[in-house]
Design a protein around this ligand. Sequence first.
Ligand code: NAP
Length: 224
Amino acid sequence: MKSIIITGAGSGLGKELALRYGRLGYHLLLIGRTLKKLKDVEEQILAENGHADSFAVDISRPSEIQAFISHAGKQYTLYGLINNAGIGHFGSFEQMPHSEIEEMLRINVLGTMYMSQAILPYLAEKNEGLIMNIISTAGLRGKVNESAYAASKFAVRGFTESLQIEYAHTGIKIKAIYMGGMDTPFWDHNNFIKDRSRLRAPAEIADKILANMDKDAIIIESQK
Ligand SMILES: NC(=O)c1ccc[n+]([C@@H]2O[C@H](COP(=O)([O-])OP(=O)(O)OC[C@H]3O[C@@H](n4cnc5c(N)ncnc54)[C@H](OP(=O)(O)O)[C@@H]3O)[C@@H](O)[C@H]2O)c1
């Protein structure tokens, strides 16, 4: 059975993608920092007769990524990676602490790059696989009070577009996903969006992603 790793699979879009890939018959490797949230998603997948395992991995720590992938590479048939985990700090750039800028770059950018680098040899060996990078419309254009977040997402866009060219003549598919606002726990830790009623449900975004898997770049703009 082919395994797909989803980072940040315990909530929001990662959880919705995990449920859907479980229904498609893949084995899911659910990773994130909070095991309890992952186990809840795992239970839902198992309740639908799917297959999943959960691992507490902090993708901002390269040693945890290496330890996880070398275990998973021995234990499972690695087929895919959905780089979904991400965090956002918003507000005036002048006032943004270095700690917040660095946290976003470590998780959103380096986490995505090091996870991809760790799994690619397993995909290359079979000449098949999928890497899907969850970016944001903040990776398409800059926005007020989103400078550092947008910088992190532009970095992932450049990384993804380059990999698409580098692996174009292989069986490894690389996808870039750009979506607008979603109503998820992403917004629980800041006051940046006060009215979430216009945000899309992550389930809707997950459905649109799966319906457009023939495209290399999927753009789902915010609701007006
Ligand atoms: N919500 C939006 O409006 C929106 C719009 C465009 C793009 N996005 C992007 O969509 C992706 C998913 O976000 P979401 O909205 O679904 O938010 P979410 O519910 O907060 O999901 C993010 C997940 O990432 C995990 N995570 C955070 N840091 C991690 C780390 N260092 N290592 C491993 N896992 C980590 C979190 O779990 P733990 O804290 O337990 O680790 C959480 O479950 C993100 O990349 C985000 O930038 C979101």
